[in-house]
Ligand binder design. Structure first.
Ligand code: V55
Ligand code: FE
Length: 494
């Protein structure tokens, strides 16, 4: 595409981050190894991809790429792959204008005049599947509903007019027993607000209950957690200030001297019951691995933690410069005892640094026996590939065992990287299931190839059992969601 050449020569737009903007639906006949017979369904992936070059300098642009929905379908041992822009109001307005209209990340005061009043969200973070609906989400707005078959955008989605919150997180937690979807939205009534909405969608997709509360300060609340009986809202000190945004500044700065917090309440209870517990100062976590109630009734919250917000553009806006290696990354477990008087969490390190944690859907809110995440092992085989919001891509897949077993690792060659894996359960309950991950490989100065790797989830060091070549250039994925063929059947209910 000629337009690609007009993007600035900056890390956000070069290498793996080079904009692609191509829509397609193709067969994937080139398979090395064998696709396991019990993998039937669709791997939906959210891929930010800016359609138009920016007109303003913005480190946060890496989070503002137009949402594209990718569907890798696996059916009777064969695969196909489709890619399509989410038809957001923002994307449509820019296509109509033939140029970018929206300015800095989450700063409407930097937009061109034509953008006024147009929904700014790019729906680029997670394809959430619940109750037969596919929702492309971004934490700064309402999600967009997408037809899971055609990938056609149906429109902005507000749960049939019921969602009062202006925002919905890109992270939803689905209870494995009740199939309810728990979600929340911060800056629920506008820019820099401390208002947070908390809502529950039942197994039929009806929004049953929405309540609002105030966070201790306006924070980047990217994810949250549930247990069987509780909901947890972590708040870390990456904060927004309305005056700064109005002056055309950055949405987020990280405040190392400020306390972190976690709010805890019965998940079917009233926000009046919310209790706030203090965590360490200055820490930040994008993704919680899980939370659960242990045998003694205490709450355990496992987080991919660091001593600072690791996004380089947020550090720059904050006058900080801490590399991922120096950020004291760890899987941090916060223990909260609701029966004790203490208002402070206790932290234990239960795993190595890493992010994009994955648990089987059946472990949600329950003590997980094992989990997977991506990490960096630059010492082992070479420096990681540049790309994505942190600036470098993950080169190692880990399987963590929480029942005393050793961890497993699969480190890639220096010119390769993993995207967030999806977990697929196996037909045989005695088999540990599968992981799917798109692996990108640099093959030349600006050349990459990509393949979907399928691994036995309980034996990651063995490497892939199948590699499905994807003969397209791919930008880094944010989150993905596996929808089995059996669940997919639900999608014609609406
Ligand atoms: C993240 C990603 C986002 C975002 C905020 O990975 C945080 C974290 C792709 O968009 O808007
Ligand atoms: Fe996320």
């Amino acid at each position: 595409m000629a337009a690609v050449n007009r993007f600035p020569d900056m890390p956000e737009y070069t290498g793996l981050n080079t904009p692609v903007g191509e829509e397609y639906d193709i067969a994937l006949p080139n398979v090395e190894g064998q696709i396991p017979a019990d993998i039937e369904g669709t791997f939906f992936r959210a891929v930010p991809d800016p359609a138009f070059p920016p007109f303003i300098e913005d480190g946060g642009a890496i989070l503002s790429g137009d949402g594209m929905i990718s569907a890798i379908r696996i059916n009777r041992g064969t695969a196909s792959c489709a890619m399509r822009f989410v038809g957001t109001a923002r994307h449509k307005a820019e296509v109509a204008a033939g140029r970018a209209l929206f300015g800095k990340y989450r700063n409407p005061y930097t937009d061109r005049a034509e953008a006024k009043g147009v929904d700014r969200t790019v729906a680029n973070t997670t394809p959430i599947w619940h109750a037969g609906r596919l929702l492309m989400s971004k934490e700064d707005g309402h999600p967009y509903r997408v037809d899971p078959q055609t990938l056609e955008t149906i429109g902005s989605y507000d749960f049939n007019g019921k969602l009062r919150s202006a925002t919905m997180s890109a992270h939803a937690r689905i209870d494995p027993q009740t199939h309810e979807m728990f979600s929340f939205g911060y800056e629920a009534d506008g820019l820099a607000s401390t208002k947070v909405s908390y809502f529950i969608v039942d197994n039929e997709g009806e929004l049953r209950r929405e309540q609002w509360f105030d966070a201790p300060y306006c924070a980047l609340m990217h994810d949250f957690a549930i247990t069987k009986n509780y909901v947890l809202f972590p708040v870390y000190p990456t904060t927004c200030d309305a005056a700064r945004v109005r002056a055309g500044g950055d949405h987020w700065v990280h405040e190392p001297g400020r306390e972190s917090w976690v709010g805890v309440m019965p998940r079917d209870g009233d926000v009046k019951e919310l209790r706030w517990f203090r965590g360490p100062k200055g820490v930040f976590c994008f993704h919680m691995l899980n939370a659960f109630e242990d045998a003694d009734g205490r709450i355990q919250l496992d987080q991919c933690m660091a001593d600072v917000n690791v996004f380089p553009f947020i550090q720059r806006a904050s006058g900080l410069s801490v590399s991922p290696q120096d950020a004291n990354g760890r899987l941090a477990r916060w223990t909260i005892d609701l029966r004790k008087g203490s208002d402070t969490v206790t932290e234990t390190v239960v795993g190595p640094p890493g992010d994009v944690p994955v648990i089987p859907a059946s472990s949600q809110g329950r003590a997980q026996s094992h989990a997977w995440m991506l990490t960096m092992n630059p010492q082992m085989q070479g420096p990681p590939l540049p790309g994505g919001p942190v600036g470098v891509m993950f080169n190692t897949l880990l399987r963590l065992d929480f029942s005393g077993g050793p961890p497993q690792a699969l480190a890639l060659a220096p010119n390769e990287c993993f995207n967030e894996p999806a977990y697929v359960s196996a037909a045989d309950p005695a088999h540990g299931g599968w992981l799917l991950s798109v692996v990108n490989r640099q093959t030349g100065p600006a050349q990459f190839d990509s393949a979907l790797w399928i691994l036995a989830a309980d034996d990651v060091p063995a490497g892939p059992v199948a590699k499905i070549a994807i003969p397209k250039r791919l930008r880094p994925q944010v989150h993905g969601w596996w929808v089995s063929a059996a669940e997919f059947g639900d999608s014609d209910r609406n």
